[in-house]
Design a protein around this ligand. Sequence first.
Ligand code: ADP
Length: 197
Amino acid sequence: MKQNKKIAVTGGIGSGKSTVIEILAEKGYPVFSCDEIYAQLTGRKDFLRRLTDEFGDVCDACGRLDRNKLAAIAFADEKKLARLNEITHPAIFEEMFSQADEAGGTCFCEVPLLFESGAEGMFDGVIVVLRDLEERIKSVAARNNLSRNSVVNRINSQFDYDNYDFAMYYVIHNNGNIEQLCAEVDKIIHKIREARS
Ligand code: ADP
């Protein structure tokens, strides 16, 4: 039996990924998030140098990464965006897996762009969180203080979770309240445990 298992938690914006990760953390599982790992990496001089070597001055007056500057450069040019992903994605996964190895046991990793980056095969299992579109729109608009239209545009620019066959993955339908979501998470934990034996 494998001692250390890495399970990805993914889903579209507003589906409830972070909430699922919080529930798992409360249950005592080691959890990781690509966004947090990226923030850790960009706080390191060597990684920041790789970005400045590639994209020029992307720092603020204090020498920290200016995410807006980097985004303005990368999103203006498809090739630069691809290059940014080439640099960041492997570094994020390498760091996340090294931290997960150190934690041991069954670890859960929040990976927003799992299918877009083709990284699903790197994990021992994948949990896909699905939620009704209207709930996603309403909760992201409220959470990020955004207009309905801008949320809809963001959702439409992402992977189409509503028309994909997730039969080979663990799926959570997050269409109830938080208690129901906790119960769904328990069911998945049970399935993952069964898969280990
Ligand atoms: P994601 O990380 O996928 O973008 P979040 O976990 O941040 O999504 O959830 C988006 C918003 O919806 C958050 O404000 C969260 O508290 C809320 N939310 C998620 N699931 C539920 C639920 N089952 N009931 C009520 N609110 C929820």
